[in-house]
Design a protein around this ligand. Structure first.
Ligand SMILES: Cc1ncc(COP(=O)(O)O)c(C=O)c1O
Length: 449
């Protein structure tokens, strides 16, 4: 766990007062410590990973506490608020749904669920004509992996294996953790024992191309039912090489292996395309969505080819709160906003400007910046020890905390990189004011070393 997340010592700040940011207290706010400590006394340590500020209000691209501080949010609350926090259209849709007195429906027929599912099928590539709704992204991951295994089992008794990419993230439930995370056992279980294999990061130092990587790990294609990957990995925010993706798709076709694109973080306009897999010109069999799908309330989805989606029998694939009407209302409104405010295009064009600005910073600090990559408003900056080339987790988190003390909100990763993933609605000036703050902090912290 990042030291900076557990350290509750207030640090004095310089007052900040711009159109977008306001900092008037030490951070963490001394008066807020009681609240933070009380929460920590009843919540497991695992929840203490974020900068110690107390959210009171989140609106548009800004987050405020009740002590007079206001931040430009470069985190979208962990890549959720694509249409901005509490968008008026989402608030209105949720209110309308509450007023209708239908706030729960389970798997019974509702008009509103049908509307969202039709819309998702329209958004997805042709042929992906059915979708199912859940609450958490990790449930969508489980569903996709289970459907891929059912598909494999229908072809041959031992065709059950799943492939994924090392150090990805697909959620916290068991199958999701088998797919993601660093190599090695999960809860003491070897992945291979449950027919799961990870491949090295495409384009990374250990990858020699898709087919070679599969062969090098001794994987028998006849035993593989499916492959799941983040369309663009959340931690590198770097596209995979196009040649790798083409090879993967051809191989999957040849061996009757299904392909799932995890769009939970990178989807819904975030990378300058509605779905991030569009960058490669590929069509997966299954797509998982979450986070920015509703920009707010818990809702996730799996969209796929009907023949695959129908592999589970009635009642076998469902979830009590999946497709909750209030969450669905939020998602429909969020999709309206993405379309109406042309946020996919906005993400692409602001992203090009952001790339330029981060390029200048990376060049200025080229000894310390290992890479800065991204697409749309999905960027990360990775720092290194200039002598060893190793990631610098502590230093990077110190930089994030320093930005937080200046009114720019980002999340702590503990892994030597920080992310720039603001709401796609962010005011252009606010975005570049925040990038200027990052520049000032990088200069102060790195040049003092
Ligand atoms: C790529 C990706 N997949 C899956 C998940 C899991 O979603 P949830 O936290 O809603 O279960 C996340 C969450 O961060 C994610 O980024």
């Amino acid at each position: 766990m990042a030291m900076h997340a557990t350290d509750l010592t207030p640090v004095e700040t310089q007052p900040v007062n711009t159109r977008f940011r306001r900092i008037v207290t030490a951070i963490p706010v001394p008066e807020s410590l009681d609240e933070i400590r009380r929460l920590r006394s009843v919540e497991p340590l695992s929840m203490a990973g974020m900068p110690p500020i107390v959210w009171d209000r989140a609106e548009g691209f800004q987050v405020s506490d009740s002590y007079g501080n206001q931040w430009i949010d470069l985190s979208s609350g962990i890549v959720v608020a694509n249409t901005g926090h509490a968008h008026p259209a989402i608030l209105e849709a949720v209110r309308k749904q509450l007023d209708s007195r239908m706030i729960f429906s389970y798997a019974y027929t509702t008009r509103i669920r049908r509307q969202l599912l039709e819309r998702l099928a329209r958004l997805a590539p042709e042929g992906l004509g059915k979708a199912i709704l859940f609450s958490a992204g990790t449930e969508a991951t489980e569903c996709a992996m289970s459907l891929m295994r059912k598909h494999g089992l229908n072809l041959a008794p031992g065709k059950l294996g799943i492939l994924s990419i090392e150090s990805s993230y697909h959620g916290r439930t068991l199958a999701a953790r088998l797919a993601g995370g660093a190599p090695g056992p999960v809860d003491g279980m070897a992945r291979e024992r449950v027919l799961h294999w990870q491949l090295p990061l495409p384009g990374g130092p250990d990858s020699k191309g898709f087919e070679q990587d599969v062969a090098d790990r001794g994987i028998d294609p006849a035993k593989i039912a499916g492959i799941i990957f983040e369309s663009i990995p959340g931690w590198t925010t770097t596209l995979y090489p196009a040649a790798y993706m083409n090879e993967l798709m051809r191989w999957a076709g040849r061996h009757q292996v299904l392909v799932t694109a995890d769009e939970i973080q990178a989807g819904m306009g975030r990378t300058g395309r509605m779905f991030a897999f569009e960058h490669y010109g590929i069509t997966p069999d299954l797509i998982t969505c979450g986070k920015g799908l509703s920009s707010s309330l818990p809702l996730s989805a799996v969209i796929g080819r009907p023949a695959v989606m129908d592999l589970a029998s009635p009642g076998e694939m469902s979830s009590t709160f999946g497709g909750n009407p209030v969450c669905v209302a939020a998602a429909l409104a969020s999709l309206d906003v993405i379309e109406g405010e042309r946020l996919v295009e906005r993400s692409a064009s602001l992203g090009r400007e952001l790339d330029g600005a981060l390029g200048v910073l990376a060049e200025r600090h080229r000894r310390h910046v290992r890479m800065r990559n991204g697409a749309g408003l999905f960027y990360s900056v990775h720092l290194q020890n200039p002598d060893t080339g190793e990631a610098v987790g502590e230093l990077c988190d110190e930089i994030v905390m320093s930005c937080v003390r200046r009114g720019v909100l980002m999340f702590l990763t503990g892994r030597g990189f920080f992310k720039i993933v603001p709401p796609l609605t962010i005011d252009r000036e606010a975005l570049f004011e925040a990038v200027d703050v990052i520049g000032t902090v990088l200069a102060q912290v790195l040049e003092s070393r």
